[in-house]
Design a protein around this ligand. Structure first.
Ligand code: GAL
Length: 371
């Protein structure tokens, strides 16, 4: 099934790229340069994940005269709204936006809709508004499930202490990741393979196979990193200080992404009562690829940003051409069902890091040591 989906994804991507390049050519020959056609707003430059996206957008646009502009919101919804207004003033027809805060971004995209702009949510969904037309995303529930499965597959015995960490509650993805992880971890907590080490709310809910959003909010309230590596360190230190000897030794750690994973891993590595740890990640950030090579981070979930960029730009071109973009499903944003195009993810650890990230030309071997 996966293979079939990949072939179809590839065909979609190939189709969009061709369509995109064709549109680039026609807009340059037509000479109708009336400002910016596609505005792109990304959450923050402070995380390598989003700098990666910026670079991949630039790479995809390098050989075209297609008019786009990329602005960063620096973790501020006010700045994000200002960015959208700047782009609206430049006459954009399509807005590609990854919100800092999924709910707060409603006001910005509503302003865009009022201006007749088509809104594409990029990687993160914008919630509780009808002003979002499309959503291009990775399979985020699968990200969390893959992280959890890695912990299950790479720990031994029973009663393994399990430390849970999550993303920012203002990011809808944090819930999707946690939902996916919980679906795999909960049966293994129920059968005694794992014991939760750092969340009384999760322990209170450990017999429930499916959690409501409110229930997940309670757990996130205790174990959120807010996507901030420093907050992750503080939380990990607090948890380790509070943990008794029975919650140390060989442990499993659900870390939501690479930035937080590295800082949590360093914190656990510095605790003399921790004999070994398995820790997850996400994003295939360069620094984490080096950590994986060095055996300091166990895995990452590789989300090929090149595909997401092609999907988003392919969609934008279809819209500019007056066509209806192809979608593969929908996501409920609390107000409407948003038409979505979803991309698969790949689990990477020491065994396949070279094949997936170097041989695929995502990164160059010279960027790492000890490969
Ligand atoms: C999520 C995104 C992840 C990660 C995180 C922190 O929304 O899907 O790839 O980067 O935000 O920025």
């Amino acid at each position: 099934m996966k293979k079939g989906f990949k072939v179809i994804s590839f065909l979609f991507v190939a189709f969009f790229v061709v369509a995109f390049l064709a549109a680039c050519n026609s807009s340059s020959t037509g000479g109708s340069s009336k400002g910016v056609s596609v505005g792109i707003v990304l959450p923050t430059k402070d995380e390598p994940r989003w700098v990666q996206d910026e670079q991949r957008f630039k790479d995809a646009l390098a050989d075209s005269e297609y008019t786009t502009e990329i602005l960063f919101s620096q973790g501020s919804s006010a700045k994000e709204k200002e960015n959208v207004e700047t782009l609206l003033n430049k006459g954009i027809d399509v807005l590609i936006i990854s919100p800092h805060d999924g709910e707060a971004a409603g006001a910005a995209v509503e302003a865009a809709k009022k201006d007749g702009v088509t809104v594409i949510a990029y990687d993160r969904l914008i919630t509780n508004t009808d002003a979002v037309d499309y959503y291009v995303t990775f399979d985020s529930v699968a990200v969390g499930a893959a992280q959890a499965q890695y912990l299950v597959d790479n720990t031994n015995g029973s009663g393994v202490p399990l430390y849970l960490y999550a993303g920012a509650a203002s990011d809808n993805n944090a819930f999707l990741f946690f939902e996916g992880a919980w679906s795999v971890l909960q049966p293994k907590i129920a059968d005694g393979t794992f014991k939760i080490a750092n969340s009384s709310e999760a322990t209170a809910l450990q017999d429930k196979s499916e959690l409501t959003r409110d229930e997940m909010s309670k757990i996130l309230g205790q174990v959120t990193t807010n996507w901030d590596p420093n907050e992750a360190i503080n939380k990990a230190q607090t948890h380790l200080t509070a943990a008794g000897a029975e919650m140390k030794g060989d442990v499993a750690i659900l870390a939501p992404n690479d930035g937080t994973s590295r800082s949590i891993a360093d914190t656990f590595a510095a605790d003399s009562e921790i004999s070994s740890y398995i820790i997850t990640g996400q994003d295939a950030e360069k620094a984490s690829i080096q950590y994986i090579i060095d055996g300091k981070q166990s895995m990452t979930v590789f989300k090929d940003v090149r595909t997401l960029v092609k999907d988003a730009m392919g969609m934008a071109v279809e819209i500019l051409d007056g066509k209806t973009p192809e979608t593969t499903g929908t996501y409920d944003n609390g107000e409407i069902e948003v038409k979505a195009k979803q991309t698969d993810v790949i689990v990477v650890d020491q065994a396949n890091v070279k094949e997936e990230l170097i041989d695929s030309e995502y990164y160059e071997a010279s960027e790492f040591t000890g490969l």
